[in-house]
Design a protein around this ligand. Structure first.
Ligand code: COA
Length: 477
């Protein structure tokens, strides 16, 4: 009996060993598969930093964008080295070329500041020959970016199915006003998105109407989101070999940027929002996140305070944050050392109902100094403050020029102009900030060098009227 038991034990031990071996083998197989699915990493470049090309070298973009949201996205990708070929309507181009014009006969700053570092080709996308050229472009590009009204791309014949058939590696990236749902067919501009995305209902003063902000969070904000989606899709494509659709709805983009307000919406269920000055003023909260004036969106109370010269200078103000760890330093600075120990002021919860009085007191101190003096003094004590900088001050700020955030470029018809360079600094991929192209400036170059049409073919395409408004008119006459 004992021998039989021993034999059974030995058998089960052996089978356990076998199954452990199996698991280990399986795991090893899985790990191998996983690392094989990782992109084969090249050896680290021996070239000096910044001289190993740009991050998106080799990526070619069919840029079908217009106005602001899409162009913001493709301009960023161009700054990072992508070859961005902007397709524009013959004779007209991107509508913004002529909008808010400041120099007669020259492309507007609206256009030039959103379309730097790109090439421009004119194609009538509804002309049969134009469609052929576009198909050829689809085959030669990695990403198609567009922000037409819903359905416009399909109406040109550039459906996902058509594009994917021509080029299975193509990534098709779109900005739309809304995602799928009741508003998906709506046309949307910046302020529509700010309102529909929750930003406007939470911006402004409680007693006043909703406000939109000057920062283009609907257009440029969504363009930024789209750029991230494109780069992620390019990365995934290097494993899967196929493209995909990338969609950014402006409403979603704005809501993403306003997420702290959705946070506050949920906090309301559990009581008043104590960091809002409305709490200190004893005004009851309603059902939705209210407008909070200049209250800070985080846990450290803040407000905008007048500085010396505010009577005549609309920007002589500073944002002042009463961060808890430096409360003692603030009290000393503003001549209220007794607040450090006064139970009404010594702790953050005690201060919350008294914020209006506290900021009015601090303001007496800031009003005696310029915003730059306040900044200099406060920074010595690690007190976070932000001077209200005007666009004039930013345009003249030396450090922004030095970092390439503000760049001066020359333009053949308007002369030198300032643009915003790449706000994302890559240490091995210096930004490539060049002037915006003239309408159709690179048409021949792209047809010849990218699409490999012969001279005869180029002449035929031109004669067909597919590339120029003037030719079209001649043909029609
Ligand atoms: N050749 C021929 N036709 C062209 C063309 C070309 N190269 N490029 C564009 N077009 C046509 C399109 O096919 C479309 O025609 P269709 O409506 O007959 O199909 C038309 O020009 C442009 O379409 P649309 O996008 O509707 O322009 P719009 O000026 O009426 O609307 C927006 C502008 C911004 C409201 C709209 O494009 C939109 O809602 N876009 C999505 C959201 C967005 O990005 N908004 C922010 C803009 S900053």
């Amino acid at each position: 009996m004992a021998t039989r038991k021993k034999a059974a034990k030995a058998k089960s031990k052996a089978s356990a060993k076998k199954s452990t071996k199996k698991v280990v083998k399986l795991r090893a197989k899985k790990t191998a598969a996983k690392s094989a699915s990782r992109i084969a990493a090249p050896r680290p470049s021996a070239k000096p930093w910044g001289e190993a090309g740009r991050a998106l070298d080799g990526v070619r973009i069919l840029d079908f964008t217009h106005v602001q949201s899409g162009p913001t996205c493709t301009q960023l990708l161009a700054y990072m080295g992508a070859d961005v070929i902007k397709v524009e309507r013959p004779g007209i181009g991107d509508i913004t070329r002529g909008q808010l014009r400041d120099v007669k006969g020259a492309d507007s700053l609206y256009f030039t500041m959103l379309n730097g570092s790109k090439r421009s080709i004119t194609i009538d996308s509804k002309h049969p020959k134009g469609k052929d050229v576009l198909d050829r472009l689809v085959k030669q590009c990695d990403v198609l970016v567009e922000n037409f009204a819903p359905g416009a791309l399909d109406r040109m014949g550039l459906t996902w199915e058509h594009i994917h058939k021509l080029n299975p590696r193509m990534i098709v990236a779109s900005v739309k006003g809304f995602g799928p749902g009741p508003y998906e067919d709506c046309k949307v501009y910046e302020n529509v998105a700010q309102c529909a995305g929750g930003a406007a209902s939470t911006t402004g003063f409680r007693e006043g109407p909703p406000l939109v902000t000057g920062a283009q969070i609907g257009d440029s904000g969504t363009g930024l989101h789209l750029a991230l989606g494109i780069v992620a899709a390019l990365y995934q494509r290097s494993r899967t070999g196929r493209g995909q659709k990338v969609l950014c709805a402006m409403q979603d983009g704005v809501l993403n940027l306003a997420r702290v307000k959705l946070r506050d919406q949920q906090r309301l269920k559990h009581g008043p929002l104590t960091e809002y000055s409305q709490y200190g003023e004893g005004v009851p909260f309603g059902a939705a996140t209210p407008r909070a004036g200049n209250d800070s969106g985080g846990g450290q109370p803040g407000w905008i305070l007048k500085c010396k010269g505010w009577e005549s200078d609309p920007d002589a103000y500073i944002y002042f944050i009463t961060q808890a760890p430096v409360w003692g330093a603030i009290c000393d600075l503003i001549g209220k050392p007794e607040w450090k120990t006064d139970p009404d002021f010594a702790t953050p919860p005690a201060r919350l109902p008294r914020l209006k009085h506290i900021f009015a007191t601090i303001e007496q101190w800031t009003m005696a100094r310029t915003k730059f003096e306040v900044m200099e003094t406060c920074n010595k004590y690690d007190i976070p403050v932000g001077p209200i900088l005007s666009m004039k001050e930013l345009a003249e700020e030396r450090s922004l020029r030095e970092t390439g955030t503000v760049v001066e470029v020359d333009h053949p018809t308007r002369g030198p102009y300032l643009t915003v360079g790449n706000p994302i600094k890559l240490s091995d991929s210096p930004a490539d900030v060049r002037r915006s192209p003239l309408l159709g400036e690179h048409t021949d170059e792209v047809l010849r060098d990218v699409l490999r049409y012969s001279d005869k073919e180029i002449a035929d395409i031109k004669a067909s009227g597919a590339l120029s408004a003037a030719d079209k008119k001649a043909e029609a006459a």
